[in-house]
Write a new protein. Structure first.
Length: 579
């Protein structure tokens, strides 16, 4: 049975396919939101030849396992040894296998689909589903694989429909999607008890990434330089193990490493500290991977050290802690890695004498939140050793936040303002190190108020007007007063008339901007933020403080008003109408 938000997404898929010129639909559903469940149910309801495409060997097995769990009979387009390993995995995991040779439903790796292998089935396929659909561009191997099915509709699934390189996933941009359906954000699913909440800790790091460039084509750090910078650290490996022992000793964890060399060091350090650990990479055989997963779930292994895998398409509900030892410029990678720990741990929780997970979808939101609270994992733990959450790096913010999902190509910007960007609590006694939203004036966990380093510029105080130097603040007030006051005394004639017109035009546009800003501020107050916190959030969200915004010219005021209104609209905030 689909959950309500999954059913809503599926209804949106079918409705979109009824629209003219809508052939390929993208669905944005966060990690842990049940994309594979939605995939299996859609295949059954469509009841037509289908190809489900994954982009790596381990993801082929995960998609196949998901279809097996949903009782969907399917074939596998993969080398014979891989097929045999996946079928064995079906039996080990579920006690049965729905593998059927020549089934009209088939699962394939993107690299296993070749033009030379085309047969009648390729033309018969009426539905092509691509897991991790944010990979699909018209001119890359996923787009070319999709083109092998000329009579098919497309369904592209992803936790975050965006790319680090800024290329749009829509048909009119660089991709193939005709319509995007947005499911709930991870934060919404956390608040409803479908995902577990989390705390982020950010220990101090000695890794220097300042000279590591970001590729203009991929939007990600250039790997050789990233690896070199990571390897130069003298403390990273020891800190990873030390902080795990301090914060999460005995819990099941995944550590994301930058490469195999670093993963070997980390795994060796875990084992030396009495924490059983193994390494998993994209090249780990399925049989070995499944063995590690069994040992992991049985707590024979406590740590899996991952290199370029376990970030996508992996369902391991037992994960309690994620350690980040690999820097990434991609929000997609960052959010998916943390998302591995957000699935609830419900194995030992009962409801009316039965396992609670059996009736999870029938419970109320409050009941689900209660059972998560009394489970062995009331909150997941994230330990960020490389500054992925820090606003001084990529300003990723919280991984559960809704992003700006656009199908159009987006220009990469040197600076991105985010209202939910994070900073680390520096309270030394007691040691906190938790990450919290940068707009807050104190740590919400230990209530530590960080000292103010300087009061001279807006950048140094994050838009907090109360911290500005009095002389700076007074100059800003004078700019606003000049705009709000009477027009300047001017000579008569065309020049004078133009100056008067410009002054009144600026006031009119400012009035519209301030109306929308007041609505935005009232919304933040309604959500429990103080006026001071709201002002800081405004600066971090839009890149300008509220007082400077009130002195903008007409065109700049219009541009900012559009951005503020877009934020309100995306959050379903509307102005109350008088009765």
């Amino acid at each position: 049975m689909l959950r309500d938000f999954q059913a809503e997404a599926q209804n949106g898929i079918f409705a979109a396919w009824q629209e003219p010129n809508i052939f390929n639909v993208g669905v944005n559903l966060p990690t842990g939101g049940g994309k594979t469940v939605l995939m299996g149910d859609t295949i059954v309801k469509m009841d037509r030849p289908t190809c489900a495409i994954a982009h790596r060997q381990e993801l082929v097995s995960q998609v196949s396992l998901a279809l097996n769990r949903e009782n969907v009979s399917h074939d596998l387009i993969a080398p014979k040894p891989i097929r045999q390993q996946i079928i064995r995995l079906h039996h080990e995991t579920h006690g049965y296998s729905r593998y059927r040779h020549n089934s009209p439903v088939r699962v394939a790796g993107v690299d296993s689909l070749r033009e030379s292998d085309k047969d009648r089935w390729f033309n018969q396929v009426g539905l092509t589903i691509i897991d991790e659909g944010h990979h699909v561009l018209r001119d890359n191997k996923w787009g070319k694989a999709f083109a092998l099915f000329p009579n098919s509709r497309g369904l592209f699934l992803s936790a975050h429909f965006l790319r680090a390189d800024g290329r749009g996933l829509g048909r009119t941009a660089s991709g193939l999607v005709d319509k995007l359906i947005l499911g709930p954000s991870a934060r919404e699913l956390i608040s409803r008890g479908f995902l577990t909440d989390y705390d982020i800790y950010c220990p101090e790091s000695d890794v220097d990434f300042s000279d590591v460039p970001i590729s203009p084509t991929t939007g990600e750090y250039i790997q050789p330089q990233l690896r070199a910078a990571t390897h130069e650290s003298r403390h990273l490996v020891g800190d990873v193990v030390k902080e795990y022992l301090r914060l999460a000793n005995g819990k099941l964890g995944v550590t994301f490493a930058v490469d195999i060399e670093e993963a070997k060091k980390i795994a060796a350090a875990y084992n030396a500290a009495g924490v059983p650990a193994e390494i998993i990479t994209a090249k780990t055989p399925i049989s070995v991977r499944s063995q590690f997963m069994r040992q992991f779930k049985a707590r024979v292994l406590l740590q899996l050290v991952s290199v370029d895998c376990l970030g996508e398409g992996v369902d391991v509900p037992a994960i309690e802690v994620v350690s980040l030892a690999r820097r990434t410029a991609s929000f997609q990678v960052y959010a998916q890695q943390i998302g591995r720990a957000l699935r609830p741990m419900l194995e030992d929780v009962a409801f009316n004498g039965a396992p609670v997970w059996e009736v999870w979808n029938t419970l109320t939101d409050a009941q689900r939140m209660h059972f998560i609270g009394v489970s062995k994992k009331p909150k997941a733990i994230v330990i960020d050793h490389v500054g992925n959450t820090s606003y001084m790096s990529q300003r990723h913010g919280r991984p559960c936040s809704r992003q700006n999902y656009e199908l159009a190509d987006l220009p990469r910007k040197a600076s991105v303002y985010r209202g939910d960007s994070l900073k680390t609590c520096t309270n030394p006694d007691p040691l906190c190190l938790k990450a919290y939203e940068r707009f807050r004036t104190e740590c919400p966990y230990c209530h530590y108020v960080p000292p103010v380093v300087s009061r001279m510029s807006m950048e140094q105080v994050d838009g907090d007007l109360t911290l500005l130097d009095p002389a700076v603040l007074d100059a800003m007030r004078q700019d606003v007063a000049k705009l709000d006051g009477p027009p300047p005394q001017v000579f008569e004639g065309a020049v004078g008339g133009a100056i008067l017109k410009n002054h009144y035009n600026r006031q009119r546009h400012q009035a519209e901007l301030r109306r929308v800003m007041n609505l935005w501020g009232g919304w933040r107050l309604y959500l429990g933020e103080t006026l001071r916190e709201g002002q800081k959030r405004f600066y971090l969200t839009f890149g300008i403080d509220v007082m400077s915004a009130c002195a903008l010219g007409a065109s700049e005021a219009d541009a900012l008003m559009a951005r503020v209104q877009a934020d309100l609209t995306s959050n379903n905030v509307v102005e109350a109408q008088a009765a």
